[in-house]
Structure formats: C-alpha cells, structure tokens
Write a protein that binds this ligand. Structure first.
Ligand code: SF4
Length: 374
C-alpha cells in the first residue's frame, strides 16, 4: 500500500482517558472514545477514513503535526521509527489483518505527578491540576474486566505498547487477564510488549512469569533528569530508587533472554539545558542511547518557550556536547519559537514551586542565571 504513513491502517491507540486514535502522537484525538464508541465504530468512521485518504494522497493530516515538525527538524518521527521497526510487517501488510500494533493505556493510575504531565495521564495530578488550572479530571474506567474489546478486535496483533499512568499500577488485573489470554491462545510467543515505566517500582515475579511467555518485553525507563533535577521534574520520585532499579534492570538482562531495555527522555523547558549530562548519565549506567521526545502540552513547558537571548545561550551550551543527538536538539531549539508562552512558564513554575514546596532557582541554577540575565 502506498501511503505517507501506514499507521492508521496497522495501528490503534487508546489513551488513558479512552480516546481512540491511530497512534499516541496523533493530536486532536478526542472524536472517538472507548467508553462510548466501539473499536468497530472508530474503524468504520468518516474520521478515520478522512485520515487514511490524506495519507493515500501523501498529505499530512492535521493530527500528524508532531511527526511532521520532527521530520522538518531532522529528528526521527514515530512514523519513521515505526517504518524502521516494522519494515517487513508493513511491507507484507494487507488490510484484512486489521490492527497489528496497539498502544493501550490501562487507565491513568500513577505514583508520580511529573511536572510536564497532567491529570489526564496521572491520577496523582488531579488535585493540583484542579487547584492551579481549574480543570478536574475524575478517574474513568476505560477497559472492561477481561479486556474483551481489545482481544476480539485484534486477532492478528503482534505488538502492544502499554504506557501509563504507571503501567505497573494501572488496572494491573485487566492487563494480566489480557496477557493471559494471549498465552492461552499460543499467540504470546509472536507478540512483543513495550512498557513505558517511571521505574520507581520494580516488577515482581508474577510479572516476570507472565512476560516469559512473550517474544520480547521492552521496558522503557522514562527518566527526565538526574539527581535533584530528576526528583524535581518527576515529583515525588526518589533518585536513589531510580539508580537502584536501573542496576536491577541491568542485572535482569542476563536473567531474562527476552528482556530489552530502552530509555525515554521528555525534553522540556526544565531539562533542555542539561541534555548532554543526561546522555553522559545513560552511558555511565550502561543504558542504551535515550529516545528523546519533546513536550507538546502544556505549551508553556516546551523547551522552545525561552526568548531568543536565553535560547541562544542554551544552544551555545548544547553545541559543546560530544553527543550528536544533543546538537540536533540545539538546532531544533533555534528553529522553533514558543516564546509567547514564556510569561506563563515563569508564573506557573513559581505556582508549582509554592504548591510543591520546591525551588526552581536552586535546582536549575544555570537556567535561573540565564533568566535573571535577560
Ligand atoms: S504520521 Fe505520525 S502521528 Fe500521523 S499517524 Fe503516522 S505515526 Fe501517527
């Protein structure tokens, strides 16, 4: 099939609030929701057909702006990464197979309220989000007890992404029920799993027993900083726990042959200056090169929020890095501008500091100096 991106045919994503979309990067994805629509209704919808038609005409659908922006800035997009990863499967794909890749968030239960997250993806954020932004997001149940709708809609699935909330806390019994069905049906040996975990918890034996039946389990450790900056951004995470669990995961690689480790790093106004340090930290811990994503929402926390003089100083600093990826992000920073949100960034960082009893100026002193000098 000749299309700009095959994902709307091959893949489906269900967000922590139940929104259904082609993938987790797609924006404006709240037309269909698993709590009121079936997967069949979404699959047959004009909404999805319009997206597919754009893809067939080699035009970017509006919802694909994040992939387009990344590619415009020489950063590998999800579209490109998926093509690399599923090259054979994509080439052999026929639409009668239905969805073969799925991203399923089993709710938003989370032990952290990372500064660039929101109550949409983390239950722990609920009160602060209501108090500071005036928006209340009550918990909702998105997936049924046995996850029937998922199991029945994707007989040929080969891969699950399981993001959070924190996936080791969110609707754990439902997850295990779904995975057990694939073990029973014999499909699990052909299915790969990808978890995005904050790694403040380490999986117990029951998880490892279930995962041993699957072709591959990729544990992606989501880490947005190091030391006190890590604890500030991923509040109220503990740095000693992440370091301990990284070492435990490294040891587990020798124990579980189907285990793979990866790292994700969400780049924001808070941590962009320190990107090179993070790459060094990953090397020190023998972790793979991190996959970097950029904050899109809240827009006042984007790394591109700084006015030009501050941004130029950050870019100068990043360009001294020995890591090519870091220099690519420096160039991304120069080419993109969200400085209209800078006043909001300043006021909200202070509001969050007061609410959480944290101190941006102490924790990110190099950036604070740049702010003071502007
Ligand atoms: S182009 Fe990107 S955002 Fe759009 S469907 Fe493909 S992977 Fe998803």
């Amino acid at each position: 099939m000749n299309a700009l991106c095959l994902v709307p045919w091959t893949s489906i994503a269900i967000s922590p609030r139940g929104d259904i979309a082609p993938c987790c990067k797609f924006v404006n994805k709240n037309e269909y929701n698993i709590t009121k629509d079936t997967i069949k209704e979404y699959s047959d919808s004009k909404y999805l057909n319009d997206i597919k038609n754009k893809m067939l005409a080699s035009e970017w659908p509006a919802g694909c702006i994040r992939c387009k922006t990344e590619e415009d800035n020489n950063i590998k997009s999800k579209r490109q990464l998926d093509y690399e990863r599923w090259n054979t499967e994509w080439n052999e794909y026929t639409s009668d197979k239905g969805y073969i890749v799925a991203s399923i968030a089993f709710g938003n239960t989370c032990n952290l309220k990372c500064i660039t997250c929101s109550s949409e993806s983390s239950s722990r954020w609920r009160k602060e989000y209501l108090d500071l932004y005036g928006v209340d997001m009550a918990p909702i149940e998105t997936i049924s007890t046995e996850a029937d709708e998922i199991y029945n809609a994707m007989p040929n699935v080969i891969h699950f992404d399981i993001p959070g909330g924190e996936p080791l806390l969110s609707e754990v019994q439902k997850q295990k029920a779904l995975l057990s069905r694939y073990i029973k049906s014999g499909q699990s040996k052909n299915i790969t799993l990808h978890y995005t975990t904050n790694a403040q918890l380490f999986p117990n034996n029951e998880w490892w027993d279930i995962w041993s039946h699957f072709k591959e389990v990729d544990m992606q450790l989501s880490i947005d900083g190091i030391g006190t900056r890590y604890e500030y951004i991923r509040f109220p995470a503990k740095n000693e726990l992440i370091e301990e669990h990284v070492m435990m995961y490294n040891e587990s690689i020798n124990k579980y042959p189907n285990l793979k480790l990866s790292v994700s790093h969400t780049i924001s106004a808070y941590n962009i200056y320190y990107l090179s340090d993070f790459f060094d930290w990953c090397e020190f811990y023998n972790l793979p090169r991190p996959w970097c994503g950029v904050v899109s929402n809240p827009n006042h926390m984007r790394p591109t929020v700084y006015p030009k003089p501050i941004k130029e100083k950050i870019v100068e600093h990043l360009n001294q890095s020995r890591h090519e990826d870091v220099r690519t992000w420096a160039s991304y920073l120069m080419k993109n501008n969200d400085s209209e949100h800078y006043p909001m960034f300043l006021s909200m960082k202070d509001a969050h500091d007061t609410y959480r009893n944290l101190n941006f100026a102490d924790t990110f002193s190099e950036v604070q100096e740049l702010i003071n000098g502007f």
